[in-house]
Design a protein. Structure first.
Length: 205
């Protein structure tokens, strides 16, 4: 996955509470194991009319937010089922950072595994950010993962993040890449096992 270090981008406001993963990516679009192609279906039921046309009042359909890379959400974002397709869909539509007062645990963890930075922001700063966004449509917000800071206009705040997750995002390490960092140890183990217990390795190549 792509590393995340610094991002200055348009932030779109979606301050709805309890947006669950079926809202983020409805169940009928889960028939794929590919991480690409889901962005067009993200937020389907609140993004499109029944005839497939875009709802003009949905924030990510508005011209000023079409290039947004940051989404500012309401509390408990990503609740509901544990589908990893939710962060896949957000990433595929160009979002790299989600800011909110709270996230569902599984969604929060899945974001890190897919190159999205979820930032839990205290309620006061979150309200201040949304107020600023309402007065500065298509305004840019800056996120610095190394410094653990978010800035907008003349305001700014810091955020907490687990050091291991920070390391993985900064270096673009998903679970597979983390495993491959130990490639030499894995190869050494396989070679040793092949010599000492060849029947275990039979047919593994």
């Amino acid at each position: 996955m792509d590393p995340f270090n610094k991002l200055t981008a348009i932030a779109a406001p979606l301050p709805m509470m309890n947006v669950d993963t079926d809202v983020i990516i409805p169940k009928q679009f889960l028939r794929t194991i590919k991480r690409t192609g889901l962005g067009v279906h993200a937020f389907h039921d609140i993004r499109y009319n029944e005839d497939g046309s875009k709802k003009p009042d949905f924030v990510l359909n508005k011209e000023e937010y079409k290039n947004a890379e940051i989404l500012v959400t309401g509390g408990n974002f990503g609740c509901g089922s544990s589908r990893e397709h939710a962060p896949w869909a957000l990433l595929d539509m160009g979002l790299r950072c989600v800011i909110g007062p709270s996230f569902a645990d599984i969604f929060y963890n899945n974001c890190f595994k897919n190159g999205i930075l979820p930032i839990e922001m205290n309620k006061e700063d979150h309200s201040a950010l949304l107020d600023w966004m309402s007065e500065n449509e298509s305004g840019e917000v800056s996120v610095d993962l190394e410094a653990q800071s978010v800035t907008w206009g003349n305001h700014g705040t810091s955020f907490d993040i687990d050091p291991f997750r920070k390391h993985c995002l900064l270096n673009g390490l998903d679970d597979i890449a983390l495993t491959m960092e130990n490639k030499s140890h894995i190869a050494s183990y396989e070679d040793k096992t092949d010599k000492e217990k060849p029947w275990l390795m039979a047919g593994s190549e």
